[in-house]
Design a binder for this molecule. Sequence first.
Ligand SMILES: [Zn+2]
Length: 83
Amino acid sequence: MIELDGNAIGGELYDVFGMDMTGVMGVCTYCGAHAPVAEAVVYMRGPGTVARCRACHELHMVLVTIRDVTCVDISGLAALEMQ
Ligand SMILES: [Zn+2]
């Protein structure tokens, strides 16, 4: 599976959040690492797109699009810190 970074989902996240999220700092629920969304490890194959923590590889985000509606599970992020 090809490993990408958070920039690969920048467009999808923009559509969901209405702003550029790639520079927003995410705080990992599992290890507490702080890193920009752009630095997440992203896998785009499978039924949904997943973004994982670059430090501990736990799940940060899952994006699933069904009938033009994108649902985002961000339960792996303890916080999203806007600059
Ligand atoms: Zn982590």
